[in-house]
Design a protein around this ligand. Structure first.
Ligand code: NAD
Length: 271
């Protein structure tokens, strides 16, 4: 999709981090926006910044939305198509993180992680994609996966499981759209470390934060801190996403070393 100006984008997880950077970048491209998040304060801040960044006559709308709730995402879609008239770019970006050995994770932990990181993507696909297809115009779905969806890391198993599944959902969606000759394209965004708050408050479920961290949790946090030293800025990720939309690229890796690891992994699988 070459031209973004005058088109409309929906971004989930827009109150912070990568979602906020995507919103600001799309606004600067002249796109109208529907921004969604569970955090109303952060969402209002992003909307005010996006209004300032907006190039052209577009509009910036917000909707407090929990992406793990199918009805809430359907409502988001109804408002997006109703008030923006069309949706050309959908970013299923909202996500949560939790570290810790796999055997320490409870069914509630998995339900929480899967609810946002996997169901959030699937609800977005279900509520938006058929209506985007019916528009019969070019369009792009960007799912924020993670490098954790390509290589599972120690003490991040719960997160990796959700991101492997989100990558599979992205691949299946791309294949399904291609088989029906759709004009929609898909990108699986796989960042390594990005300097956002997911690595602080999002390290544990909010309910866990009041408890004294266990040694296991502290070790997981140290590993995150170490990777943050090589982290990139959210705005750099947003630049890559716009390039991926222009160039119709499926896989976007934010750190060059992952391309080498992926090649070696593929060679091993094929050998
Ligand atoms: P962030 O914490 O800054 O932003 C995530 C946003 O998602 C927050 O605004 C949060 O309120 C929102 N959110 C959480 N649960 C939600 C829900 N149920 N419904 C709607 N919104 C919800 O972190 P970020 O790094 O910008 O994360 C964005 C995406 O990038 C996530 O999918 C994350 O897994 C992915 N990612 C981040 C990194 C990194 O190092 N920061 C690396 C790889 C992938």
């Amino acid at each position: 999709m070459r031209e973004l100006s005058g088109r409309a984008a929906v971004v989930t997880g827009a109150a912070s981090g990568i979602g906020r950077a995507l919103a600001l970048r799309f606004a600067a491209e002249g796109m109208s926006l529907m921004l969604a998040d569970v955090d109303p304060g952060g969402l209002a801040e992003t909307a005010a910044l996006a209004e300032k960044a907006l190039a052209g006559p577009g509009e910036v709308l917000t909707q407090v939305t929990d992406v793990s709730d199918a009805a809430a995402v359907r409502h988001l879609a109804d408002r997006s198509f109703g008030e923006l008239g069309a949706v050309h770019v959908l970013c299923n970006n909202a996500g949560v993180y939790q570290g810790g050995h796999l055997w320490t994770r409870t069914p509630e932990d998995f339900a929480w992680l899967l609810g946002v990181n996997l169901w959030g993507v699937l609800h977005g696909v279900h509520a938006f994609v058929p209506r985007m297809m019916a528009q019969d115009t070019e369009g792009h779905i960007v799912n924020t996966v993670s490098v954790a969806g390509l290589f599972a890391a120690p003490r991040a198993g719960g997160y990796a499981i959700t991101k492997y599944a989100a990558l599979a959902a992205s691949q299946s969606l791309a294949q399904d759209l291609a088989t029906v000759g759709s004009k929609l394209r898909v990108t699986a965004l796989c960042p390594g470390a990005v300097r956002t708050r997911i690595n602080d408050s999002g390290r544990s479920r909010p309910a866990d934060l009041v408890a004294t961290p266990t040694d296991d949790e502290l070790a997981a946090r140290e590993a995150v801190d170490a990777s943050m030293a090589r982290g990139v800025e959210p705005a750099e990720v947003a630049d890559l996403v716009v390039r991926a939309i222009h160039e119709e690229r499926f896989l976007v890796l934010t750190h060059p070393e992952f391309a080498g690891r992926l090649r070696r992994q593929t060679e091993l699988l094929l050998a």
